[in-house]
Write a protein that binds this ligand. Structure first.
Ligand SMILES: Nc1nc2c(ncn2[C@@H]2O[C@H](COP(=O)(O)OP(=O)(O)OP(=O)(O)O)[C@@H](O)[C@H]2O)c(=O)[nH]1
Ligand SMILES: [Mg+2]
Length: 435
């Protein structure tokens, strides 16, 4: 799908320093991702600017000559913003803005901005705002320091503060606002008690969470697996809140699927913390379906990033099913076959698929169902005619493999979770005791 660019969309140049430790493939993939992030924010990307450097100094991200080159490039393209593919320090950003004469946003700022625009629920909005304010505070400090006593105003990255005292005022406002938001979140947390009760209802239920890098196809698979209307978009971070739906067609046991927020390289730290609650859903799952975009040349990096963040939020021990999606986009037919074979060899037990193919969706559906059925037990149940009212429950909680009837009642051969089968036996015993 082509991204719609509004008529007076802002023009941006993406720019980065390539350190000696970063190879070309990685570097290019990261820049391509920044371009995608820029588009998601509505920028038209008009240029790319790079420099190989051993490192950056405290004050300047690019070397001296390069900064002048960048200034000229910006003029040539009439760019409104320079987007830097690193998190840079407030003073680096400030100095660069002064030299190139336009707004400078770093990767963190770009991601925070996208999260800010896409957050829907009150919780998500409050959490994103806390992260943004945390990011802004040192930058305002820098702006105030740079402006000095002369009270020079600064344009650009959120810094509108004037002199020292003004800056202090802003900083106090930020602290107060963060406290306020935190209190708001705490109150909402009380509201979550009801949610928790609902969760308890779900406890013991089979839960699977779709996790993975942004744009890998999680929401598409969510829709296909559950017949729901999850938001699917060729944008980064289309999904910011967790949704939960039952696997469809329904299975025994019933499996609940949740869609989650996407991961990204250098996820701003404030966001890792604040989105932990969103990802908590993922931690409650007994199975994580890790979706990877197989058509992306940098998929291994995406895979590593996701695994790292999952470890970071404490999901290390949760079983994984690795799913390589979008195989239909991995070249021509023979290219796709080659990629598939290579993936299978490298990641035994993985699923290689396309969300566009019905048969592949069924394959994934089966694999998920099979995971939850591996602990199921088979049992024989005799339901006397007097206990027929239990039939509904038997069918709801177990899979009935066979049914025979005689004069006294019905024999059912069933398969279900040990707990469910035990419960049925108990009810049956109680029923007979009553009689
Ligand atoms: N060709 C192809 N495109 C796919 C496939 N799966 C998903 N897509 C497309 O990829 C884009 C992203 O899909 P989403 O399902 O929104 O991705 P996501 O992982 O939920 O992304 P975030 O919510 O941003 O983390 C959409 O344009 C989908 O139509 C696939 O198997 N093949
Ligand atoms: Mg999504």
């Amino acid at each position: 799908m082509t991204q719609q660019v509004a008529q007076k969309s802002k023009r941006a140049i993406v720019a980065a320093v390539q350190l000696a430790t970063v190879n070309d493939l990685e570097f290019d993939a990261s820049l391509a991702e920044l371009r995608q992030l820029a588009k998601t924010l509505g920028f038209a990307v008009v240029g790319t600017f790079t420099q190989k450097r051993a490192g950056f100094d405290k004050a300047a991200y690019f070397g001296t000559g390069k900064r002048e080159e960048l200034r000229l490039l910006r003029e040539e393209h009439a760019a409104d913003a320079i987007l830097i593919d690193h998190e840079i320090s407030p003073s680096q950003a400030f100095n660069l803005e002064k030299e190139v004469g336009c707004e400078v946003m770093d990767r963190t700022m770009v991601i925070l901005e996208i999260f800010h625009r896409h957050a829907r629920s009150r919780t998500a909005r409050a959490q994103v705002e806390i992260a943004r304010l945390g990011y802004m505070a040192p930058r305002l400090r820098e702006a105030a320091k740079q402006a000095g006593p002369k009270d020079r105003a600064r344009s650009g990255t959120g810094g509108r503060s004037g002199g020292e005292s003004h800056g202090e005022l802003d900083r106090r406002k930020i602290r107060d606002r963060i406290t306020e938001l935190q209190q708001e979140l705490d109150t909402m947390d009380l509201g979550r008690k009801t949610q928790r009760a609902r969760r308890q209802e779900r406890q013991g239920l089979a839960r699977v969470a779709l996790v993975g890098y942004t744009n890998a196809g999680k929401s598409t698979l969510m829709r296909a697996l559950t017949g729901s209307e999850a938001l699917v978009a060729d944008k980064l971070f289309a999904t910011l809140d967790t949704t939960v739906r039952a696997l469809h067609p329904e299975t025994v046991p019933r499996v609940l699927v949740s869609d989650t927020v996407g991961f990204i390289k250098n996820l701003p730290h404030g966001l890792v913390a604040s989105f932990k609650s969103t990802l908590d859903e993922a931690l409650e799952a007994s199975l994580l379906v890790h979706v990877v975009d197989a058509s992306d040349p940098g998929f291994e990096r995406q895979l590593t990033v996701t695994e790292e963040v999952l470890d970071e939020i404490g999901a290390k021990g949760v079983p994984r099913l690795l799913v390589f999606n979008k195989i239909d986009r991995a070249g021509d037919e023979s290219g796709q076959r080659e990629r598939e074979a290579a993936l299978r060899a490298q990641f035994p037990g993985c699923i290689v698929m396309s969300a566009r193919r019905e048969a592949d969706i069924m394959k994934l559906h089966e694999a998920i169902a099979a995971f939850f059925q591996r602990d199921l037990v088979e049992a024989e149940l005799f339901l006397p005619w007097a206990a027929q009212k239990m039939r509904g429950e038997v069918f709801a909680t177990c899979k009935v493999l066979e049914e025979r009837a005689d004069a006294a009642g019905a024999f059912l051969r069933i398969r279900g979770e040990p707990e469910a089968v035990k419960r049925l036996y108990e009810q049956l015993r109680e029923g007979t005791d009553d009689a």
